[in-house]
Design a protein around this ligand. Structure first.
Ligand SMILES: Cc1cc2nc3c(=O)[nH]c(=O)nc-3n(C[C@H](O)[C@H](O)[C@H](O)COP(=O)(O)OP(=O)(O)OC[C@H]3O[C@@H](n4cnc5c(N)ncnc54)[C@H](O)[C@@H]3O)c2cc1C
Length: 416
């Protein structure tokens, strides 16, 4: 069924009896050409592009819980392509371009809102760094605009410009950045993939790989063995645990990141603001809540909940840059498990086991990557060659020393 304005009117006039389920609940088959493990944004996007772009007819997504229960439905919804390094910027710009056409591609309202993002500048050194970043973005076909203090003031007059530990001296704006309704991304990809014949199997946990003579021939699951010619792993924060079943130890640590939503307020924040010096980022949802976050909790964990010291730290960051936020009440908060890699950049690669492929290491920036991650992982799975915007995301960079250290903090996952 296609969604459209006409369809809504028709259903409204006929008692809404014509709506069908958005995707099927199929039983697993004995064998698929390609199995994607993980029904988060990346796994579902991979399945969608495998079916739509690479014409794969026999694909399943295995999800241990329910669609959208992981980070894809837990993030702070920010999309952007304001990266500096060669390995990253073309990939994230490709992703932003896919976001721009996503709703038409999926026939699903994911509420893609290019309301703009501003990274605040607090020092001359930071202005130099952001100027360089903006130039790298423009060279890669993205948009970037350097703002002085007066320009930021015009858009956000209530920020703490002077009486602050980090006075605001300007900003790097990307007008095409913004927000997307996170769980709608999971539902939209799931529905589109299902409509092309992909089996989305929920409540099906992968508990092992069957590996014979160095080749992966399928997966052991909570619903029995399922054979596959190729298996792609896209389980984000659970990457370490899953790949341990194949005796792989990854250059990835799992950490908790929390998100926060205030009570609904009148429209006040036109776009997204990030305050890198104190680490705080905030936007306003269409329902009026301020959606914000900050640093990860800083210790290794597989728990999908965080601790109070970081709540205090994030709220202090908010108060420092936007003091009026102290008047708003916090409505809810939650945590997600982040797959933090050693250099802060992801991996989309084959493994040393034939037929077994890996996608992970997204740190806490993987939501914006969802369409490009799915597209390039589908390309790798279907053609056995890396997509040209993802050639840098290989395992062997950790052996050869070709790090993509966007933040320049070295091999310390909790700092990326
Ligand atoms: C609080 C928070 C804020 C964030 N903010 C942003 C942001 O503003 N912008 C941004 O770009 N990124 C952000 N991120 C990061 C982003 O959400 C993640 O990088 C991205 O969603 C990870 O990919 P995914 O959607 O596929 O992960 P997930 O949705 O976590 O999908 C992985 C799936 O794998 C399943 N799984 C795990 N193990 C197994 C198994 N053994 N068998 C079967 N299935 C399994 C899980 O149940 C899960 O559904 C944020 C994350 C969090 C938690």
């Amino acid at each position: 069924m296609r969604y459209s304005g006409f369809r809504i009117i028709k259903e409204a006039l006929t008692g809404h009896r014509g709506w069908g389920p958005a995707w099927r609940e199929p039983e697993p088959k004995a064998h698929y050409d390609i199995i994607v493990i993980g029904g988060g944004g990346h796994g579902l996007a991979t399945a969608h592009y495998l079916a739509s772009v690479y014409q794969q007819k026999s694909v399943a997504v295995l999800e241990k819980g329910w669609i959208g229960g992981g980070n894809v439905g837990r993030n702070t919804t920010i999309i952007r392509s304001n990266y500096l390094l060669d390995g990253n910027e073309p990939f994230y710009e490709f992703s932003l371009k896919l976001w721009e056409g996503l709703e038409q591609d999926l026939n699903y309202n994911a509420m893609v809102s290019q309301r703009g993002i501003i990274n605040l500048i607090h020092s001359d050194a930071q202005r130099d760094a952001f100027t360089r970043r903006g130039n790298a973005m423009i060279l890669n076909g993205a948009d970037a605009e350097l703002l002085d203090e007066a320009a930021v003031r015009r858009e956000y007059p209530y920020l703490n410009f002077r009486d602050a530990r980090f006075p605001i001296k300007g900003g790097l704006a990307q007008r095409r950045g913004g927000t997307v309704r996170h769980d709608a991304v999971a539902w939209g990809f799931a529905r589109a993939a299902d409509s092309r014949g992909v089996d989305i199997i929920q409540n099906c946990e992968v508990t092992g790989f069957r590996i014979q003579d160095g080749t992966c021939t399928g997966v052991e699951t909570s619903r029995g063995f399922i054979g596959a010619t190729k298996v792609g792993c896209a389980v984000a924060g659970s990457s370490g645990r899953l790949m341990a079943h194949a005796d792989m130890r990854l250059p990835i640590e799992s950490h908790v990141l929390q998100a926060f939503v205030s009570e609904g307020l009148k429209p006040i924040l036109p776009g997204v603001i990030t305050f890198g010096a104190g680490h705080f980022y905030v936007s306003q949802s269409d329902k009026g809540g301020l959606v914000f976050g900050g640093d990860i909790d800083g210790y290794n964990s597989y728990a999908q909940r965080g601790n109070l010291p970081v709540v205090e730290d994030v709220c202090e960051g908010g108060m420092a840059i936007m003091p009026m936020i102290g008047r708003a009440r916090l409505l809810r908060m939650w945590g997600g498990i982040m797959d933090m890699s050693m250099d802060g950049s992801p991996i989309i690669d084959r493994t040393h086991i034939d037929g077994l492929y890996f996608n992970g290491g997204w740190c806490y920036g993987g939501f914006k990557a969802t369409p490009a991650s799915g597209y390039t992982f589908a390309h790798l799975l279907a053609t056995d060659t890396p997509h040209h915007v993802a050639t840098a995301y290989r395992f062997d960079r950790f052996r050869t020393g070709h790090m993509i250290d966007e933040k320049g903090v070295g091999n310390q996952p909790n700092l990326h």
